[in-house]
Design a protein around this ligand. Structure first.
Ligand code: WTA
Length: 643
């Protein structure tokens, strides 16, 4: 699969939680006796007020799954209260600000008080179990307090990434009918302010159902104020009690909604429930990162993405770990920032996305090698396939050839890691996410739905339920069935392609649907197309991904102007701005090619396969174009290809 050498488990991991024999034994038992295995795991890893009556029940024909039904627990208690006897003074969060001179330590005891105050403040505004609360925040501790305060009172949080536009925020607030929003006056990234409250005001102009907007004062910048609706976070929490009775939650009560992109235009509200999600978060954090007491763990994701949910907040805290939250960007003040932070806070595990690794690699070794990094024990990768060259650089330069790399494959819908090495158990192959986590039954399918045995390449599917399986698409269960359970009967369809080698290792090759992965951010091609065609001068648009050195994938847009419109640079700029306004800066097309016509079948379907090949500059390899309504279109696109 790769000419790069295998990296065996290093001696420094010989006392890991899970070694080779234990992985084999536990994995086999998790498949052969799932009820017994998961029942034991749930008792060992979580604190319950009452145990369940049924470990698991699922039916892939209607997309239903339930884990630990009847079991009663509260996620905030599992993340905070249960650690207080032993860890009240231990740091729960290290916050590292955008400015290298700003940082803070928050102990578990302080976390408890902050979360309870906010939980009480939310209750004072009428928020109760089952209500949806939108969180649109910068990377400050209050973002985590907000998630945990919701969990404490049984409200369902819906975190919206702070880089999304007012329009995208509005859609998400309306879709899940959030009546409360928690935001900040401004965020700060790379020294620049981000107008979160102004964005929220724009979104809320079209959300009459929102009765409360809580505002964290982060910068003190100038903002508008809507009295009645807007409340200062510090004022409301300032008068609230520091103790708050947790809401008893059934394991199957919802914990959060998180929007993600699919192949159709509208983002989906992925719903996760309490018990199963928390168990997967807790176990994967402990075993994949081989977490040891008192270590500092740093996941660089934003809390607006699932990686931030599971590996900044729920997984680390449920294990009583110290989790580092970073407000800034890896290149500010310069490209050495991450490694300075590693040294400053003695980080043991660093978990990031391949796009960041590639960007830092491109700057060269010096910003890395001028730091010590002696505290590092383990490195992680998530979000997109990592090319073996980037893997080797990460291993050799960042990890000084002594830290294993866990390349973890999973999705918003899976809630936690699904394919991953365990550092004490798995020999590493650069570029491979390696082997399934406990209880994960994988298969590769041919186009016709038959299972591939042994080595081969196909569609990656999952054969049975896992605890943190997506429970529904909020408000649209049929969409869950159509998206994940209808492609192949009896399987969860991941949307990814993969190969399996002779050792049973999985190598994810990327999405096989119309979902892009740009710098680790998931985006539907249809979302970008819908934004482009909002412009009055545009008749049609087709968007595909193409390989991009740093971003993994770039956005390549073919755009057909209306008859009589002459394409211009200013029209191009307007289109880029439209994508920023509708979605956010992450959706800026890298390439816009004017296309007088798009390749379509006689029934009018755009042949994206051809557009992808042209974008990738694989012109010899266009495949069959004979079914096109007008094959001449293709030559025109090739002649006018933007490079
Ligand atoms: C991709 C992020 C290769 C994959 C946790 C998946 C990966 C999508 C990996 C989910 C990996 C994630 N190797 N590809 N280690 N991790 N992906 O929902 O295409 O933002 O389907 O979840 O990212 O993206 P999402």
């Amino acid at each position: 699969m790769s000419e790069f050498p295998v990296h065996p488990v290093p001696a420094s991991f010989s006392d890991a939680h899970i070694d080779k024999a234990r992985y084999q034994a536990m994995y086999q038992r998790s498949i052969a006796e799932p009820d017994a295995f998961w029942g034991e795991m749930a008792e060992e890893h979580l604190s319950w007020d009452a145990l369940w009556h049924t470990v698991r029940a699922f039916d892939f024909s209607n997309g239903e799954a339930a884990w630990f039904s009847g079991g009663i627990l509260n996620a905030s208690v599992n993340c905070i209260d249960r650690h207080l006897p032993a860890r009240a003074d231990q740091t729960a969060f290290i916050w590292e600000g955008d400015d290298p001179n700003d940082s803070a330590h928050i102990s578990y005891a302080q976390l408890k008080t902050e979360v309870c105050k906010l939980a009480n403040a939310l209750r004072s505004r009428g928020v109760k179990k089952g209500d949806r609360v939108c969180i649109y925040m910068p990377m400050v501790p209050e973002a985590a307090y907000a998630m945990l305060a919701c969990a404490r009172i049984g409200a369902i949080h819906s975190v919206v990434f702070g880089g999304f536009s007012p329009e995208a925020l509005k859609d998400r607030i309306l879709d899940s009918d959030c009546q409360t929003v928690i935001t900040a006056d401004e965020g700060v990234r790379g020294g620049k302010p981000i107008p979160l409250k102004a964005n929220t005001d724009k979104a809320l102009a079209a959300c009459p159902g929102v009765h409360t907007c809580l505002v964290v004062k982060r910068t003190g910048g100038q903002i508008d104020w809507h009295s009645g609706r807007d409340q200062w976070y510090h004022e409301l929490t300032g008068v609230a009690a520091g103790d708050c009775e947790p809401e008893p939650m059934d394991a199957e009560d919802p914990l959060f909604i998180l929007y993600t992109s699919g192949s159709t235009g509208k983002p989906k509200g992925v719903l996760h429930t309490t018990g199963g999600y928390l168990l997967q978060a807790t176990m994967t954090f402990k075993y994949t990162f081989d977490y040891r007491n008192n270590e500092v763990f740093w996941c660089t994701a934003d809390v607006g993405w699932v990686t931030g949910h599971t590996y900044i907040v729920y997984g680390p805290l449920s294990n009583g770990a110290t989790s580092l939250m970073f407000e800034g960007v890896p290149t500010y003040p310069d490209a050495g920032r991450c490694w300075e932070v590693v040294d400053k806070h003695q980080v043991a595990t660093f978990y990031t996305a391949p796009t960041a690794i590639r960007a830092l690699h491109a700057v060269g070794d010096e910003p890395v090698t001028r730091s010590s990094r002696a505290s590092l024990r383990l490195l992680g990768s998530v979000g997109e396939p990592i090319n073996p060259e980037a893997w080797e650089w990460y291993y050799r330069v960042v990890g000084d050839s002594r830290c294993p790399i866990v390349d973890t494959w999973w999705q918003t819908e899976t809630g936690g890691q699904m394919i991953t090495p365990l550092p004490g158990a798995t020999d590493l192959k650069p570029g491979s996410a390696t082997l399934p986590f406990f209880g994960v039954e994988l298969a590769l399918l041919n186009e016709d739905g038959s299972e591939i045995e042994g080595p081969g390449a196909g569609y990656l599917v999952i054969k049975s339920s896992w605890p943190s399986q997506i429970r529904t698409v909020y408000g649209d269960h049929q969409r869950l069935i159509d998206t994940y359970f209808s492609h192949y009967d009896g399987y969860y369809f991941t949307g990814d392609g993969a190969t399996r080698d002779e050792d049973g290792y999985y190598w994810i090759t990327g999405r096989v649907d119309d979902v892009l992965n740009v710098s680790g951010h998931r985006m539907g091609t249809a979302e970008v197309e819908s934004a482009l065609v909002l412009h009055d001068d545009i008749a049609e648009a087709a968007v595909v991904g193409y390989p991009h050195d740093i971003k993994g994938q770039g956005i390549y847009a073919y755009v057909t102007p209306m008859a009589g419109v002459t394409p211009s640079d200013s029209l191009r700029d307007e289109l880029v701005q439209l994508c920023v306004a509708e979605i956010g800066p992450i959706a800026k097309p890298d390439v816009i090619q004017w296309a007088p016509g798009l390749p379509k079948t006689r029934s009018g379907k755009i042949m994206r396969r051809i557009l992808r090949k042209i974008a990738e500059n694989e012109l010899e390899n266009l495949g069959d174009t004979s079914t096109l309504a007008d094959p001449g279109v293709v030559q025109d696109l090739i002649d006018n290809r933007s490079s």
